[in-house]
Design a protein around this ligand. Sequence first.
Ligand code: SAH
Length: 386
Amino acid sequence: MSSKVFPCPAAKKCGGCQLTNLSYEEQLSFKQGRAVKLLGKFGKVERILTTGEPFFYRNKVQAAFGRTRSGEIISGVYQSSTHNIVKVDKCYIEDERADAIIVTIRKMLKEFKLTVYNENNGTGFLRHVLVKTARGTGEVMVALVTGSREFKSKKAFCDALLNRHPEITTIIQNINNKFTSLVLGEEQYVLYGEGYITDILMGKRFIISPRSFYQINPAATVLLYETALKYADIRSTDTVIDAYAGVGTIGIICSDNAKKVISVELNPDAVKDARKNAKINGIKNMTFVCADATEFLFEMAKEGEKADVVVMDPPRAGSTVKFMKGVCAMKPQRVVYVSCNPETLARDLDFFVKNGYKVKKIQPVDMFPNTSHVETVVLMSRVDGK
Ligand code: SAH
């Protein structure tokens, strides 16, 4: 894409894509510049990796349902930091099949005389639709998030939806009647299929459930994970720690080469999925710990345990000094830091370079084209004698 004219008519109102005034080449230079500015002091910043495909990459799509003042049922996204729904039928960064399913559901509401949820008084039925797609297998999950459990003509509705979209492999009803900005509620029922979808990424299978975290740009995830794996340079005698592990993806990809992988994650649902993921891939050399990564690393270091490689992928806020102290005490030869926020990454790298590590490689990856987000993988190695 070299045109500067971003095709989405809702771009301004929606606010989800911040770089629509730039051509894709300009976006890449902008992100490269940001990475160099924040991380250049640690070493050479490699040229940003891209799939070359800035559109329709999101494998997870969620639409809010509501009514306009004139009563028309609409679906789309919340205008940034508000609860006003911007009507979006086709988003240029979302999976096209997912958007088509959402439009079909909106049309079906009238046919089935179903209402949409009203956030102001808690009445009405359909609140959100979440669609997840597994690009590696083609499987599609639809989660209907409703304000109440009662679902009139549930079976007929699902049959009609499956008839129009035979690509759907599972349908779930999730109930959310709380006053909250979270999309999913606690209670859910499988209406069709298994209740989850399975993806294949880098030769491994991963289960994706409605709630579990899974990288949203599958083609760019391969670039990211391949870089992390190359940097980790794992040998058959290595003990690897995968911290902030989500559903275990990075650790699972590392496990073929390693002696042992310890996966640490705070969210119990993600840990459950990670265990299942290891099982369906026949992996025997991984252990899964549900804990705060900081506390776990601190304890391991206190007990004098060692690791050869630490891979860490913390959320936007970055890691903690206590975690990094734990890592440094365990003296891994290599630390691979996967970051979705170059600001907190720069802060954390500062700590590592003052505590026995040298930055060897810095690789930005364009995981989220058209948005201002920058993903980066950094390789650090121990400075000998420290
Ligand atoms: N590496 C994974 C997930 C990265 S997202 C992947 O590539 O898919 C960051 C993960 O860190 C989330 O799953 C989140 O639940 C987890 N997390 C956040 N704070 C944490 C903490 N203090 N300790 C352990 N995990 C944490």
